[in-house]
Design a protein around this ligand. Structure first.
Ligand SMILES: C[S@@+](CC[C@H](N)C(=O)[O-])C[C@H]1O[C@@H](n2cnc3c(N)ncnc32)[C@H](O)[C@@H]1O
Length: 215
């Protein structure tokens, strides 16, 4: 499958479910104390490095972008799906949301203090992920932080799974870290948790990495 056909299919799949997705997930952070703690740590680390903007890439309906804004960050969202971007703008009119792909961001080199990719790289085929990580490294300032949220597994090879919206992949944290390292990132830390009763039976991982250098 080519990069453009994957992007086309992912966009169409999320356009089709956007209102339902927003209804189901817009308040999900209220039920995720461990993820909230990682987002708070991410915000604090980014702020300690200066006042650069933070991009929530694959932001969906914008609830996590709004959470980052509430934590004091200059946060904006980018999503492939025009329907998701429209919902995000409607729900959070005070924030900026752009349509775009994390494979080719419309951002200058080194402008961001942080990137959040919260369950959005899960749809990127493993062979396309180096392009995405290179793009993240390009737009982050030296010292910038990248927080990756994803479904985890033990197998060192990424595993396809039948995600409800469209084809997705789960990763072992170490394998994903290897790819991030190839793009120049170094690990800051990670949080791995077991699924809650209402979730499907995959572990959840938040992996925090950093681009080397002084901000
Ligand atoms: C599982 S949803 C997560 C949405 C949101 N981050 C959340 O936590 O609810 C995945 C989102 O990533 C977006 N996405 C997938 N591939 C993308 C890409 N290449 N560039 C930008 N957004 C992408 C989808 O359109 C979708 O809104």
């Amino acid at each position: 499958m080519t990069d453009s056909s994957v992007l086309h299919d992912t966009r169409a799949a999320y356009d089709a479910v956007a209102p339902t997705y927003a209804e189901l997930f817009s308040n999900v952070l209220e039920t995720l104390p461990m993820e909230r703690s990682l987002l708070a740590a991410f915000a604090e680390l980014v702020q300690a490095d200066g006042a650069r903007p933070v991009a929530d890439l694959g932001c969906g309906p914008g609830h996590v972008t709004a959470h980052l804004h509430a934590l004091g960050l200059e946060a904006f969202g980018v999503d492939l799906s025009a329907e998701m971007v429209a919902l995000a703008r409607r729900a959070h009119p005070h924030l900026r949301f752009d349509e775009g792909s994390m494979t080719a961001l419309d951002l200058a080199d080194g402008v961001l203090g942080g990137i959040l990719a919260f369950y959005s790289i899960i749809h990127t085929p493993p062979q396309h992920l180096p392009v995405v990580f290179a793009e993240f490294a390009r737009v982050l300032a030296p010292g910038g932080h990248l927080l990756l949220g994803f479904f985890a597994g033990d197998d060192p090879r990424p595993q396809e799974f039948d995600h409800k919206v469209t084809l997705a992949y789960r990763w072992s944290p170490d394998s994903l870290l290897d790819l991030a390292r190839q793009a120049g990132f170094t690990e800051v830390g990670r949080m791995l948790r077991e699924p809650y009763a209402h979730e499907r039976q995959f572990q959840h991982c938040q992996l925090l990495v950093r681009k080397p250098g002084n901000p």
